[in-house]
Design a protein around this ligand. Structure first.
Ligand code: FMN
Length: 339
């Protein structure tokens, strides 16, 4: 199966909101929530996608004609490629109900681990989602990253017990979920976290702690002060605040300010191995791709995930070769051209 076939197979299964577009660029879903769209006028996801396309890559084939090494070492684990599957929660609400968060994460976590990368899992209003996600991660020998919502401390502690039992190699919190309409006025309460509160969470984590949802240098430095080991430069695919800049627009300044003191992931509209290459050139250690993995799982299950990973990985290898670099450390700002 290739990813094109997977998209065709996904279309009748993926529900009424997602159109399983050939290019997942935020246009057809617009501001459709429930559904995979963005908040407000719905153009932040589109901007995320478009801004990667404005960055061009510098070709250089006057170089050694050898194999390229795409492998990444992160928090003591080795991965085949520098990209991960992003967390997506409430799939039966936003996509089709032939899967739910439990069956979705089961397929995603095991397939990503099998094919050399790892998946982040989402958290849900239903406590069983985190229970099942952490069980799936445990089955995958800890190769997965549970993403805990910014609940109150008591709830976070309970979720962290599940995380510890899963032996997950890292754990994340999507602090920007404070902006999700459905989390407002919910019990247990969830919302923004102060540096001190995040510090508490980092201490509870018991594994490298990743703060997801940072869009400014100031935010990155606050995450660092809180003791984060990594951040995800992310605007949650436009779903938490209308009119954010694209992640490609803020990444380089954040990476420069962080200056290697934390690992940096980035997500939002990354749709090809060439985009992954650009993300690394702007200073990220790894990229995260979320929505297209949903299409992969709905369309092809384990085989769909395999097809998608090999598509993105193959494009990355090709771009590296054509830009004259042989491993990830050689992908620097010199490899890209910006207008
Ligand atoms: C339907 C849907 C549900 C999501 N659920 C979560 C979630 O539970 N936790 C989280 O951290 N991010 C969640 N996200 C955000 C994604 O992880 C990611 O940050 C965002 O979609 C941008 O990446 P993309 O453009 O590759 O999709 C969700 C996104 C979508 C579309």
């Amino acid at each position: 199966m290739n990813y094109e076939e997977c998209i065709e197979l996904a279309r009748p299964r993926i529900g009424k909101y997602c159109k399983a577009c050939k290019e997942c660029n935020g246009k057809a879903c617009g501001n459709q929530i429930p559904g995979p769209g963005a908040k407000g006028i719905g153009d932040t996801a589109i901007r995320n996608y478009d801004k990667w396309k404005e960055i061009r890559v510098n070709m250089d084939t006057i170089a050694e004609n050898g194999p390229v090494n795409t492998s990444l070492e992160l928090f003591g684990k080795k991965f085949r490629y520098p990209f991960f599957a992003g967390p997506v929660g409430a799939v039966n609400l936003h996509y089709g109900d032939c899967l739910n968060d439990i069956s979705y994460n089961d397929i995603l976590v095991s397939s990503c681990a099998e094919f050399g990368i790892a998946a982040f899992t989402g958290d849900g209003m239903d406590g069983n989602v985190m229970v099942a996600a952490t069980q799936a991660i445990h089955k995958a020998k800890g190769l997965g990253i549970p993403t805990v919502k910014p609940w109150n401390m008591e709830t976070i502690r309970k979720k962290m017990e599940l995380v510890h039992a899963s032996e997950a190699f890292a754990v994340a919190m999507d602090v920007d979920a404070a902006g999700l309409p459905f989390l407002k006025n919910f019990e247990p309460p969830a919302g923004s976290k102060t540096v001190e509160e995040l510090h508490e969470v980092a201490k509870e984590a018991g594994a490298p702690f990743i703060v997801k949802g940072v869009m400014t240098v100031k935010g990155a430095l606050k995450a660092k002060e809180a003791g984060a080991d990594a951040i995800v430069v992310s605007n949650h695919g436009g779903r938490v605040l209308d009119q954010c800049p694209a992640t490609a627009e803020v990444l380089a300044d954040i990476a420069k300010a962080v200056d290697g003191s934390m690992k940096i992931f980035v997500d939002g509209g990354i749709r090809s191995g060439t985009d992954v290459f650009k993300a690394l050139a702007l200073g990220a250690d790894a990229a995260i791709i979320a929505r297209p993995f949903v299409t992969a799982v709905y369309g092809g299950g384990r085989e769909g995930v395999e097809a998608y990973i090999s598509k993105i990985g193959g494009e990355l290898e090709d771009t590296m070769k054509m830009c004259g670099v042989s491993d990830l450390a050689e992908i620097t700002e010199e490899c890209i051209w910006k207008n």
